[in-house]
Design a protein around this ligand. Structure first.
Ligand code: AP5
Ligand code: MG
Length: 216
C-alpha cells in the first residue's frame, strides 16, 4: 500500500472530502495545510494572523512558513508512517522542498492523484459549502447535506461558511491555482506519479477511483 500521497486538485475539487476518507481507509494521517492555517487562526496565533491576510485575498501564504508548518505536521507521530497531503505542496518550491525532506529520511511520495472538475462546477460547490467548526468535515447544502441542518454528522459541531468562499475570493483562488499550482501536474507527471481521476461523480465513486489509482 502507498503510504505517502499528494492529493492534487483545484479549490472545491473535493480534496478535503476525499483525503479524510482515504486517510482513514489507509490508516494514515490526513494533513491539510488549509485546515492547519485555519486552526492557527482560531487559536489566535501570529501565523494564523499572517495566513489570514493572504487567504482573504485568495493568494498563497509564503513558501517558507508554509513548508515549515507542513513538514512539522508530517513529523508528528501519527503521520510518520504515512499521510494523505491535502493542499500541500502548492508551488514548485514547496514540491521540491517536500521531496528533499523525504529523501533525507529515505522516503518518497508514492503517488499524486489529481481530482479533475470543471470550473463552473467548482464555483457551485464552493458557494454551497458548509464546514464543521470542530473537525473541519465539509458538507454541501445541495450535494451532501448534513443529517441535521447546521450540525456535523461526524462530531455534532456547528457548521459555518468560509470567508474565502465568497464569489470574488473564489475567482482569485482559481486564478492562483492555475498560475502557481497547476505546474505541479507536469512535475508529478514527469516523476510517473500523476493519476488523473474524474471528480465529477458521486463522492463514493471518486473515492473508489482514487483508491484504484493509488493502489490502496
Ligand atoms: P485550502 O483550505 O486548501 O482550500 P482549497 O485548496 O482552495 O480547497 P478547498 O478546501 O476550497 O476545496 P477542497 O478541494 O478541499 O474541496 P471540499 O472537499 O471541501 O486553502 C485555503 C487557503 O489557505 C489558500 O487559498 C491559501 O491562502 C492557504 N493555503 C493552504 N495551503 C497552502 C499552501 N500549501 N501554500 C500556500 N498557501 C496555502 O469540497 C468542496 C465542496 O464540494 C463541499 O461542499 C463538498 O461537500 C462538495 N463535494 C465534494 N465532493 C463532491 C462530489 N463528488 N460531488 C458533489 N459535491 C462534492
Ligand atoms: Mg479543503
Amino acid at each position: 500500500m502507498s503510504a505517502r500521497v499528494v492529493l492534487l486538485g483545484p479549490p472545491g475539487a473535493g480534496k478535503g472530502t476525499q483525503a479524510a476518507l482515504i486517510a482513514e481507509r489507509m490508516s494514515v494521517a490526513h494533513v491539510a495545510s488549509g485546515d492547519l492555517f485555519r486552526k492557527h487562526l482560531s487559536e489566535g496565533t501570529e501565523l494564523g494572523a499572517l495566513a489570514k491576510t493572504y487567504m482573504d485575498k485568495g493568494e498563497l501564504v509564503p513558501d517558507d512558513v508554509t513548508i515549515r508548518m507542513a513538514l512539522e505536521r508530517m513529523a508528528e507521530p501519527d503521520a510518520r508512517a504515512g499521510c494523505v497531503l491535502d493542499g500541500f505542496p502548492r508551488t514548485m518550491e514547496q514540491a521540491k522542498a517536500l521531496d528533499a525532506a523525504l529523501e533525507e529520511q529515505g522516503e518518497r511520495i508514492a503517488s499524486a492523484p489529481l481530482i479533475e472538475v470543471e470550473p463552473e462546477e467548482l464555483v457551485r460547490r464552493l458557494a454551497g459549502r458548509w464546514i464543521c467548526r470542530s473537525c473541519q468535515t465539509p458538507y454541501h447544502e445541495a450535494f451532501s447535506p448534513p443529517r441535521t441542518a447546521g450540525l456535523c454528522d461526524a462530531c455534532g459541531g456547528g457548521l459555518y461558511q468560509r470567508d474565502d468562499d465568497k464569489p470574488e475570493v473564489v475567482r482569485a483562488r482559481l486564478e492562483t491555482y492555475e498560475r502557481q499550482t497547476a505546474p505541479l501536474i507536469a512535475y508529478y507527471e514527469a516523476q510517473g506519479k500523476l493519476r488523473r481521476v474524474n471528480g465529477q461523480r458521486s463522492v463514493e465513486q471518486v473515492t473508489a477511483d482514487l483508491e484504484a489509482a493509488i493502489g490502496a
